[in-house]
Design a protein around this ligand. Structure first.
Ligand code: ATP
Length: 339
């Protein structure tokens, strides 16, 4: 296996605005990278260029030492040793589960014992050995997705590309499949690139998250790092919950504590730095800055509360006890992150 490298990749469909521009990224070998961003930001285009279904207008894509594509040449998809899993499972309805999984091997002329062993191994990775002889129509949505995963695993690809594979599933099944994907990644050891616009899915699955907006890569980092230290308002607003407040804090320190924030909250002047405040860092109690409850949404284990500060800015908080809209409270912001 080898590292996948995208170097200043661009794609222009001739619509007047580039779908992707100046996109550079090294995907670590055996890593699980989530490409995250709002609809239309270029995620699928990046994935399709990696797969070989689109040719970059500029820049280059390498797998280790091997050039996969640049503006003048492009290795066809079937010679890249990659596999792609789509949102629609694209299974053959008239074939059994085992035949669906074995199909890519047949295309490559593999038969006999080698064929049977590899199909069995792939089915065992997704825990579907007992379903080998069934038809796709006799399976649940999650099981069909697992067949699609087994089919892409059977050729031992260097890179597995997944385009919003969980978008059609209900919440319960989604959680179960996230578990399957994690396990699949660990067992197969393949490098995986996963396109999603769902940040909680990206956080739950990936070893690294690449955030895109308007065709550009804004930041790439492990989930905990991108949550704690997002760069800029777009990434800060896209990853996790929280609120961005503008406060006149002193100095250049990025990790801010209550004593620095308290002074800024009491200042008359409201221009200053953009500060991301996570709900878990807002403590509702009897001391601190004055705020009013705007709304409180019961989430089972707690309330998700929207607060309005005296200066008119919004904060988000969690509360174990019930609060009601209009209620006057006091808040302490334990920590903030200067964007
Ligand atoms: P979504 O999450 O909605 O699938 P995305 O982030 O995957 O969105 P892309 O599908 O990569 O976004 O599209 C990026 C931009 O490129 C969009 O503005 C889209 O309209 C444009 N685009 C994509 N494919 C083509 C094409 N074949 N021809 C022209 N424009 C295209």
């Amino acid at each position: 296996m080898a590292k996948l490298i995208l170097n200043q990749v661009a794609k222009d469909f001739g619509t007047g605005r580039a779908a992707v521009s100046g996109f550079s990224l090294d995907v670590r070998e055996g890593g699980f990278l989530a490409l995250l961003g709002p609809s239309g930001c270029g995620k699928t285009t990046v994935l399709r260029m990696i797969a070989g279904f689109e040719t970059p207008s500029d820049g280059s894509i390498h797998l280790g030492e091997r050039l996969l594509a640049d503006a003048s040449q492009s290795l066809p998809p079937e010679r890249r040793n990659m596999a792609m899993v789509f949102q629609s499972y694209a299974l053959w309805p008239h074939m059994s589960v085992a035949d669906n999984v074995g199909y890519p091997l047949k295309v490559r002329g593999i038969s006999g014992e080698a064929y049977r062993t590899r199909v069995r191994e792939a089915l065992s990775t997704v825990r579907l050995v007992d379903y080998a002889e069934r038809r796709p129509a006799d399976l649940s949505g999650g099981q069909r997705q697992r067949v699609a995963l087994a089919r892409c695993l059977v050729t031992s690809p260097d890179v597995v590309l997944l385009d919003e594979p969980l978008a059609n599933l209900d919440r319960h099944l989604k959680q179960e499949m996230e578990e399957t994907f994690r396990e699949f990644h660990q067992r197969s050891g393949a490098t995986m690139i996963y396109v999603t616009h769902d940040q909680s899915e990206a956080m739950a699955l990936a070893t690294d998250i690449a955030v895109m907006s308007e065709g550009r890569l804004l930041q790439v980092a492990p989930p905990a790092e991108i949550y704690a230290r997002p760069e800029g308002r777009t990434v800060g607003g896209l990853i996790g919950r929280g609120a961005i407040v503008t406060l006149p804090v002193m100095g250049h320190e990025r990790d801010l504590e209550w004593h620095e924030l308290e002074d800024a909250l009491h200042a008359a002047n409201t221009d200053g730095a953009d500060i991301l405040v996570r709900p878990e860092d807002v403590v509702i109690g009897v001391e601190g800055a004055a705020a009013t409850v705007e709304s409180a949404l019961y989430e089972g284990e707690r309330y998700a509360v929207k607060l309005m500060l005296g200066n008119g800015q919004v904060l988000r908080a969690f509360s174990r006890v019930a609060v009601v809209p209009g209620e006057a409270v006091r808040v302490i912001i334990r920590a903030g992150w200067r964007l």
